[in-house]
Design a protein around this ligand. Structure first.
Ligand code: 5CA
Ligand code: ZN
Length: 436
């Protein structure tokens, strides 16, 4: 499906390096891209209801920082994001509010696009809904059946309908492939069991061989959307969707699989397991996750309803650059809490930088900076080049955005020649997406 417009990214002198990223599977810092090769990135997209809250924005801004650093390193970036546009919580919300699930999804995807464009997030090259990819996903489930890594479990009404759900057989996959349970998430079985029950799994489903075996295909239920397949009418399970969308667009082994920390298990464990079961190859070289954003003491989540929406902040007159600054002030891997007034504090920090840079802010809140920073070089250039190098070094170090922003605090605290400030402003815009 259509994504959103690409922001202008100013060119910078020289080039940066592909960041080293924390890999949550191994616990090590790894190169995010291989020298000379294109960089492939898959980031799990929204389930389109109650978008876009600050937690979503934090996740997409973390990976936007990675994309911007890759581009700065001269690397070709191939980025895919999905939309989980058919799923239990979406269908439940549609039923509860009396809205058609397709209309609910379409309206929330549009809101998400508007928010991403406003925040200046570089769009994915492939933006794919699950409903656009059903045939490919069904073919992957069928291939797992052929390999003996999937098994049927009769539906509760099977006596009448003959319906069968299909599950991924963890033990069979472990015997046949390099993947073993926990190799992606790095978690022990007790922790995985707790998370599985909390995050959409069905450990108590009768007929499963292992309580943690994840659903691959759900047979049609009355009143639910369903598609024809070799397994009969039904719809895909969650993990196989991302696995297939990623492989179809990016290849069998990708550089980085990303998302928020709530996806470490079961989602990314099993997305990778399904892919490896089909290819025999490791799915992602780096598994990277952003921390979870809380509000009022709990993880910001659609199910709890404790949401701060990007669109609400924007409607209240908060400039997207201030939202970006407030979020990027946190290390991307930390869990943190959004506090009322964070947007105001970020707006003041931004205003201080603008005042120091001599930028007037026009009435609608956007800066009239487009032409002000067009000067690529001149007096004071070398100190601005030093700043640029230091910013690149911070971002190379596992996307240290707070460290990079602190360098700009120090820069704008001191006097500089206009051409040097022009280059500093370009760096802030290109690498952190904050336009003065
Ligand atoms: N559609 C699935 C992924 S395939 C999903 O998790 N959708 S979501 O709408 O719930 O979340 C979208 C993205 O935001 C995911 O990467 C998720 O990990 C991330 N996310 C959700 N809540 C938070 C939060 N409170 N803090 C940080 N990231 C979050
Ligand atoms: Zn996903």
């Amino acid at each position: 499906m259509r994504s959103w417009p690409r922001p202008d990214i100013p060119a910078l002198p020289g080039s940066g390096r592909a960041p080293r990223l924390h890999d949550d599977s191994s616990g090590h810092f790894l190169e995010s891209a291989e020298a000379g090769a294109e960089a492939t990135l898959y980031v799990c997209g929204i389930t389109p209801y109650d978008a876009t809250h600050i937690g979503h924005a934090a996740t997409y801004l973390a990976f936007d920082t990675l994309v911007r650093s890759w581009l700065d390193a001269g690397i070709d970036v191939v980025y895919t994001q999905n939309v989980t546009d058919v799923d239990d919580p979406l269908l439940e919300r549609a039923t509860a509010t009396g809205v058609d699930w397709r209309e609910l999804a379409a309206s929330q995807i549009e809101l998400f696009r508007t928010d991403m464009a406003a925040l200046g997030v570089v769009p994915p090259a492939s933006y794919l809904g699950v409903t656009e990819t059903i045939d490919e996903i069904a073919a992957a489930v069928d291939a797992l059946r052929t390999k003996g890594i999937a098994y049927p479990v009769p539906t509760p009404d099977a006596a009448v309908t003959g319906g069968e759900d299909w599950y991924f057989d963890i033990a069979a996959a472990e015997a046949a492939t390099p993947w073993v349970l926990g190799s992606e998430s790095g978690l022990d079985r007790a922790t995985m069991s707790t998370l599985f029950a909390e995050r959409g799994g069905d450990p108590g489903r009768e007929g499963k061989r292992d309580p943690l075996d994840p659903l691959l295909w759900r047979a049609e239920r009355t009143g639910e959307p369903a598609w024809d397949s070799l397994m009969g009418r039904g719809r895909p399970g969650w993990h196989i969707e991302c696995s297939v969308i990623a492989r179809d667009t990016l290849g069998d082994t990708i550089c980085v699989q990303g998302g928020g920390g709530d996806l470490v298990f079961p989602h990314h464990e099993f997305s990778a397991a399904h892919a490896t079961a089909l290819t025999g190859e490791r799915f992602a070289r780096v598994n990277a996750h952003g921390g979870l954003v809380a509000f009022d003491g709990e993880k910001m989540s659609k199910s709890l309803g404790n949401l701060v929406l990007v669109s609400q902040l924007r409607a209240a007159g908060v400039e997207p650059a201030a939202i970006r600054l407030a979020i990027l002030s946190h290390p991307y891997r930390d869990d943190w809490e959004w506090h009322r007034g964070d947007e105001q504090r970020a707006a003041e920090r931004l205003a201080g930088w603008r005042a120091a840079a001599g930028v007037a802010v026009v009435a609608d809140g956007s800066a009239n900076a487009a032409s002000a920073f067009d000067l690529p070089n001149g007096e004071g250039e070398s100190e601005a080049l030093d700043l640029l190098e230091q910013v690149r070094t911070r971002l190379h170090d596992d996307l240290d955005t707070p460290g990079a922003l602190a360098l700009f605090d120090a820069w704008f605290d001191a006097p500089h020649a206009p051409a040097a400030t022009a280059l500093a402003a370009r760096a802030l815009d290109a690498l952190l997406g904050i336009r003065l």
